[in-house]
Design a protein around this ligand. Structure first.
Ligand code: FAD
Length: 499
């Protein structure tokens, strides 16, 4: 018998997928969204949907016995992580030897766990990264469309200057300015008006209660609340959870047949089924989408896929670092979890860095200034199909991050020298001042114009599309989700007009 059938299937439910689902639904196309994580809408025993960061439980991480937070230590003690029981929690850390990649799991993908920072890249750098994309159209139409739909908003500068919750950012700004560096406000999808009410004590605290990487119970406009809610509102879209797409093949009668594993909360596969579709939209993220296509090519299921599938991966030059401040430069016990300011030295041709001034909310004064630096690392990794485990392995060695560390060190050495401060060596393990072994910004694997045409239509096949971070060739210069969303808007408009 023929497999059950949907006109369109969308794999994953992060940014790219959410745009696809909405625009398909609006076009009247019956669409099924398959997401391997759960729907985050039901309160646990504590009455909250997401666990607190200070006492994480099974909801925090994807099938782990112990949490693996990015900051593993404090004063060299492993005080941050906790034993938990395996469960389809919201944050995953996918370990690939030289590089660990943090991703969100659940309806909303990375939007559930990220810091909400919503910058638009420098136009000149965007044009360099995407020479085949009309930048005029992007900056005139698709970036504004994406920002409006995502609910991007700006912090009230007067409130920023006065609130204790951003003292940490003002201290980092002072040290940057002392060094002659420029800082800039960064828009966010966390509702800053809500945050003000949190500070005033008239709204339940979320960003002001340490919530971020294990989900925000309030305030944040993740895509389940924006694009996906609108998609469901069209009446043409359904979302199925705990559904992992493991294989794709062509249907001799046209379209594609997916193999889908349904799991329960223990991780046991309870059903293996097939689902047919005419059009297939991949939005499983850089790791997920690339693995699906690489597996299909290497197992012979979709042999005509481009040799470029699996190439062009980069961590957006991510490096985390921290400085120890003087006793008089207190950063405050109270810190909002949503970053609002960045050090913008991207125009420094010799050493471009955009560094988000990151909070470290611990409820105590710790005199630490934290940063997530985005650098221009020219190194690229690639995914290799491993038949033994039927998975895609990321080929990326630790020394490939050396250019990113050097760029970050160049900037923060200057800041330290000018302010007579030093690095913290106790936060990232191995006595190192720079965390060079993980990324929040996996980009590439199915690069636009390489593995796909100029609009995300996969080369070699009809009705097969890529819409997520795997289209971006490894570097963007800023946090990526606004760009991923805007590109998906652009590509969906074209795909719906010219499938
Ligand atoms: P994702 O959002 O990763 O969505 C992919 C979805 O597909 C996931 O839900 C996943 O579970 C699902 N999936 C994967 N494989 C399968 C499969 N085989 N079958 C079914 N479903 C599957 N970016 C910013 O711009 N600003 C920030 O402040 C920021 N902070 C971040 C903080 C953290 C802790 C992290 C982890 C990321 C952060 N990012 C930030 C990055 C941002 O979240 C990602 O760039 C973005 O989510 C990528 O979008 P995407 O559409 O490519 O895929």
């Amino acid at each position: 018998p023929a497999a059950p059938y949907a006109p369109a299937v969308v794999v994953g439910s992060g940014y790219g997928s959410a745009v696809a689902a909405l625009r398909l639904g609006q076009a009247g196309v019956r669409t099924v969204v398959l997401e391997m994580g759960r729907l985050w809408d039901t309160p646990g025993p504590d009455g909250k949907v997401f666990p607190s960061t200070s006492a994480p439980d099974q909801r925090s991480m994807w099938f782990r016995h112990r949490t693996e937070a990015p900051l593993a230590q404090f004063l060299w003690l492993d005080v941050v992580n906790r034993d938990i029981s395996p469960y389809p929690g919201v944050l995953d850390r996918v370990n690939h030897g030289g590089m660990s990649v943090y991703v969100g799991r659940g309806v909303g993908g990375g939007s559930l766990v990220n810091g909400g920072m919503a910058p638009t890249p420098r136009r000149s750098y965007f044009a360099e990264v995407f020479p085949g994309v009309d930048a005029g159209e992007m900056y005139g139409t698709y970036f504004p469309r994406a920002r409006a739909m995502l609910g991007v908003n700006d912090i009230d500068p007067a409130w920023f200057e006065s609130t204790e919750w951003y003292r940490f950012a003002r201290i980092s700004r002072k040290h940057a300015q002392n060094t002659g560096l420029k800082t800039t406000f960064v828009p966010n999808v966390y509702d800053f008006a809500y945050m003000k009410r949190e500070a005033a004590g008239t709204a339940t605290r979320s960003a002001l209660a340490g919530e971020v990487i294990y989900g925000n119970n309030h305030g944040k406009k993740s895509v389940d609340k924006t694009y996906l809610a609108a998609a469901l509102g069209t009446g043409n879209v359904t979302i199925e959870t705990m559904q992992r797409v493991v294989a794709v093949r062509q249907d001799p009668a046209g379209g594609y047949v997916l193999t889908v594993h349904t799991s329960d909360v223990t991780g046991r596969v309870t059903q293996v089924r097939e689902l047919g579709c005419k059009q297939l939209f991949l939005g499983a993220g850089s790791l997920g989408t690339t693995e699906i296509l690489l597996r299909a090519r290497e197992t012979g299921a979709l042999p005509a896929l481009s040799e470029k599938v699996g190439l062009g991966w980069g961590p957006n030059g991510n490096v985390m670092t921290a400085r120890a401040n003087h006793l008089w430069d207190t950063v405050g016990c109270n810190q909002a979890t949503m970053p609002a300011l960045g050090i913008d030295d991207w125009d420094n041709a010799a050493n471009p860095v955009f560094a988000e001034i990151a909070p470290l909310p611990m409820g105590i004064e710790h005199w630490i200034s934290m940063y997530l630096a985005i650098t221009r690392n020219p190194e690229r990794g690639r995914f290799v199909y491993d038949a033994a485990t039927d998975s895609a392995r990321l080929d990326w060695t630790r020394d490939q991050n050396a250019p990113a560390v050097a760029a970050a060190r160049n900037l923060f050495d200057r800041i330290n020298r000018r302010n007579v401060t030093i690095y913290r060596y106790d936060l990232f393990g191995d006595n190192k001042a720079f965390a060079d072994d993980f990324t929040y910004h996996p980009l590439g694997g199915c690069v636009l114009g390489e593995a796909t045409d100029a609009y995300g239509r996969v080369k070699g096949y009809q009705g097969l599309y890529v819409l997520d971070g795997s289209l971006v060739p490894g570097s963007l210069g800023v946090n990526p989700f606004v760009t991923i969303t805007a590109l998906a808007e652009r590509n969906m408009e074209r795909i719906l007009a010219q499938p």
